[in-house]
Design a protein. Structure first.
Length: 319
């Protein structure tokens, strides 16, 4: 019996195949949902959850399985997640470096999107993949992880989205201070990251010149964004994001208590040259304007508590 969560079939708990009496109904082909009301026999890997609220809460999907087995299942989930990332990366590279119409139709001429339909979405997705495989390498120094890391780094750069690239660099540098005993591995990750960016930049220029001619000038790319940042008027940096942030600050004073409401930022933001701005492009400003300052304070407290706990566990594991 496979674990079912929110009507989605997740092949996770193959060992928990227990005999039971149940009542259920058909959701779709090969996917059933049932509620167990008695057990005839159970798996040896099944245990009684220590949490008295397990049956009511539903927040711990694997607390009724032996801890060593839960680690095995979680590893399988991570492997599946990385396998999907590898597929997305290969697909994105084909988008940027080949001329197959059935692949290029999911992208534009100079930005890779994978199957995310947007270069910014794809870049953010690759941030998760890149950091995940990077930290796995820090824990388990296998060379195969470096190859996957290189693949994800190239995919991140060819998405031509500056924000995700900067965020990855900042997180990796921050890791040097959180886990200083692993600094050699982190420095290796930084070197591979920068080399992959340089390789991607040079190869992209070559491919674009050959495919589109020397007259081809992309409307946006990371190298141009970085090289002209000090020459660009402040209000135009980041595709006008600084201007949006500046105009969003007065809205905090106006809606500081309970905000203007979810998804109402478009209506609260002043007219921007005839263009409707539907988000602040900054999560803290977005929460402040739409949910209010108290919600932002609560959100920051949750972030602080969570990161403090993560950093402590990180340090304990790396000792």
């Amino acid at each position: 019996m496979n674990l079912v969560y929110e009507n989605k079939k997740i092949k996770l708990i193959e060992c928990v195949t227990f005999f039971s009496r149940f009542k259920g109904f058909m959701l779709k082909k090969n996917i059933n949902e049932a509620k167990v009301y008695s057990y005839i026999d159970v798996s040896n890997d099944r245990i009684i959850s220590k949490c008295p609220y397990y049956d009511l809460c539903g927040g711990c999907d694997t607390s009724y399985i032996r801890y060593d087995k839960t680690l095995e299942y979680k590893k399988n989930i991570v492997k599946l997640f990385l396998m999907i990332g590898v597929f997305q990366s290969i697909y994105a590279i084909l988008q940027s470096y080949t001329d197959f119409s059935f692949i290029r139709r999911h992208s534009i001429d100079y930005m890779a999107m994978g199957l995310c339909s947007n270069p910014n979405f794809f870049g953010s997705y690759m941030v998760m993949q890149l950091l995940l495989i990077g930290y796995i390498y820090i824990y388990d120094s296998k060379k195969k992880y470096l190859f996957i890391y290189l693949l994800f780094a190239i995919s991140l750069y060819i998405a031509e989205s500056t924000g995700p690239v900067i965020s990855v660099i900042l997180v990796i540098i921050f890791s040097m201070f959180v886990i200083p005993k692993k600094i050699k591995k982190i420095l290796k990750l930084i070197i591979i990251l920068l080399l992959s960016f340089a390789l991607s930049e040079l190869s992209l220029k070559y491919v674009q010149t050959n495919n589109y001619g020397k007259e081809f000038i992309p409307s946006y790319d990371i190298s141009s964004e970085v090289s002209t940042i000090f020459k660009t008027p402040i209000k135009q940096i980041g595709n006008g994001r600084l201007t949006i942030w500046k105009n969003s600050i007065p809205l905090i004073k106006k809606y500081w208590l309970i905000g203007c409401g979810l998804d109402n930022f478009r209506d609260a933001y002043p007219n921007f040259g005839g263009v409707k701005i539907d988000k602040a492009h900054n999560v803290y400003l977005q929460i402040s304007v739409t949910n209010g300052v108290p919600a932002l304070i609560f959100f920051l407290i949750l972030l602080f508590m969570r990161h403090r706990r993560r950093c402590r566990r990180f340090r304990c594991y790396c000792r």
